[in-house]
Design a binder for this molecule. Structure first.
Ligand SMILES: O=P(O)(O)OC[C@H]1O[C@](O)(CO)[C@@H](O)[C@@H]1O
Length: 564
């Protein structure tokens, strides 16, 4: 085994040198390298049942070696659909089943010269009626291939979005609807059965020994990547360049994992991601991987993704900055951050196919950081809670009953506020100010918005993030629901109790029914917002829900509401 000292680490993290050294000693003490190479599941948990699960979650270590057949089948599929005139593809999936495809899709469009035979790939991971309809407007439905992706095959968003698009496709091609759909799922799931029943064009079986968030280099990532124009063999080869076992203490993934662990041990638990535009989506993928893997048992690394650029004095001292560098746009900013005493680690991705190695680096890094933190990187014990509450609410709505909603703290014709307050106030501003000013050093503010994820809403919420940090010096996060429930949702409930959660829900202008369910997507997204709010409350989190009337969110100046 090679020994390593902190001096082999990049200068950007010199500030963490002592902590890095002590994490390296910790790894040596536990005989990490040998045990990792033997796939010793006790590295992650002492619980026997959990160890059994971990044993079925390490398949990602062999993904690059085993992916050849999937790539061949995906290439054959691409040829076939192109020859039949298909031009577009849409991934219907959540979390691990959709975030890597989003990264693949974004990065290749910035390398147009490498994209020869391909389908225009979009991702649908929302139950917002507006978002579903706006995607539908952007695709020629008769020339679109729907990729229904779900490891478990039972995820509610995937099932309902499939039902909707199956009906839409059937209206233009009643007999041949199945030809517009493929499935990616573990063997023998409900989704695999559905694919047979409905005559899907193809169903890919994913490796069941790989968890959702570690699936970028198996069928869930590879099939959409090939359809988007990547050379699948090249992706696998690039990933192999980093992933050939046995692992060593000097490997890029181990190094990043040690930095994450050292930052966490030094109280820098806010992993601030700075990403160049071509790889901006990589931030969401890392967010899920790191938050869902580490955020449990009162611990966790909080990814702070797509944060608006702040003045140097607004960056709190609980941060580690990681720069995802594709074109060097943020080089100057990185110098400024380093000069103002922030540790910065840079991941370089100048070439398209660097992506594959980068996915692998982060998978190793996350699993190593979790060992150092003493948490199991491969389970998500709190994800089910919001889903259960939402399911129970949908049962109530299906039975034709009304949901029981607590009295608002405050209400006018555009907005209602729900939460707890020690004081009575006469304005929404005063309640919101009280809520935010509970924040103290080490806390963060999370905006959990169950609305359409589009540019206008992103800009609006970005402005709010900026003004919240300016006033409080706290980091902010932004998650669109239900997408974030499959990502940071685990950490919100299972991690440290240091978040202030602002849940945003709204009445949407248009109603969109879910075929065969007797309820609408409007009901579903609302139940998901309420379900998550209640799950957060049950963990004694500080939560304020803002519910907007139809069209009111668009018209409200959020920074006026939050006058701090
Ligand atoms: O692929 P599935 O089974 O639909 O799950 C989607 C996502 O949901 C989660 O299980 C948790 O919400 C993620 O870990 C996973 O990536």
């Amino acid at each position: 085994m090679t020994t390593q000292t902190e001096s082999t680490y990049p200068a950007g993290v010199n500030l963490l040198a002592k902590a890095i050294q002590s994490q390296l000693e910790k790894l040596k003490e536990i005989n990490f390298v040998e045990r990792f190479n033997q796939r010793d599941v006790t590295l992650w948990t002492e619980n026997k049942d959990d160890q059994e699960e971990v044993a079925h979650r390490l398949g990602w270590l062999d993904a690059a070696e085993n992916g050849g057949q999937t790539v061949k089948e995906a290439e054959k599929l691409l040829k076939e659909v192109l020859s039949e005139g298909f031009t577009h593809a849409v991934v219907i999936g959540m979390g691990g089943s959709s975030l890597a495809p989003e990264v693949y899709s974004q990065f290749i469009t910035t390398h147009g010269e490498e994209q020869k035979n391909y389908l225009v790939l979009s991702i649908l991971d929302s139950t917002s009626p507006e978002q579903i309809l706006s995607l539908q407007k952007r695709i020629p439905i008769d020339k679109t291939l729907f990729i229904v992706s779900s490891k478990s095959g039972t995820t509610v968003e995937v099932k309902t979005l499939f039902a909707y698009f199956w009906e839409q496709v059937s209206q233009v091609d009643a007999k041949g609807a199945g030809k517009h759909f493929i499935a990616i799922s573990d063997p023998n799931t409900q989704l695999q059965k559905l694919a047979v029943e409905k005559g899907f064009r193809k169903a890919f079986e994913a490796d069941p020994n790989v968890g959702g968030r570690y699936s970028a280099l198996i069928a869930f990532g590879l099939v959409p990547a090939v359809l988007a124009g990547y050379d699948g063999e090249k992706l696998l080869k690039q990933s192999l360049s980093l992933s050939s076992m046995p692992i060593s203490i000097n490997d890029a993934g181990v190094q990043l994992g040690v930095v994450l662990g050292a930052a966490y041990a030094s109280g820098r638990d806010k992993l601030t991601l700075l990403a160049d535009a071509p790889v901006e989506s990589m931030g969401s993928w890392i967010e899920q991987l790191v938050a869902e893997s580490s955020g449990k048992e009162g611990k966790g690394i909080l990814p702070v993704d797509v944060e608006p650029l702040l003045s140097m004095e607004d960056y709190s001292t609980d941060r580690l900055i990681v720069y995802l560098r594709a074109d060097g746009h943020f080089d100057e900013r990185v110098s400024e951050l380093t000069a103002s005493n922030q540790p910065v680690f840079t991941c370089r991705m100048p070439e398209l196919y660097d992506l594959a190695a980068e996915f692998y680096r982060w998978e190793v890094a996350t699993s190593v950081a979790c060992i150092l933190m003493g948490v199991n990187a491969f389970n998500q014990p709190n994800v089910q809670e919001s889903k259960d509450i939402a399911k129970q609410m949908l049962g109530v709505l299906k039975a034709g009953d009304d949901l029981e909603i607590t009295e608002p703290l405050w209400q006018d014709e555009t907005l209602a506020l729900y939460g707890e307050s020690a004081h009575k106030h006469v304005s929404a501003q005063a309640y919101l100010k009280d809520f935010i000013l509970q924040g103290k050093s080490g806390d963060y503010i999370a905006l959990n918005a169950f609305i359409e994820r589009n540019e206008d809403n992103e800009i609006k919420l970005e402005e709010l993030r900026k003004s919240l940090t300016r006033a409080t010096h706290l980091p902010t996060t932004l998650g669109f629901g239900p997408r974030f429930l499959h990502s940071t949702g685990q950490l919100h409930k299972g991690g440290e109790n240091n978040g202030l959660y602002i849940v945003i829900s709204q009445d949407e202008a248009q109603t969109l029914d879910i075929p065969g369910e007797g309820i609408s997507f409007n009901n579903l997204i609302f139940a998901q917002a309420l379900g998550d709010t209640q799950a957060l409350e049950s963990h004694n989190r500080r939560v304020m829900r803002m519910h907007f009337a139809i069209n009111s969110f668009n018209k409200t100046q959020l920074t006026d509401l939050f006058r701090l």
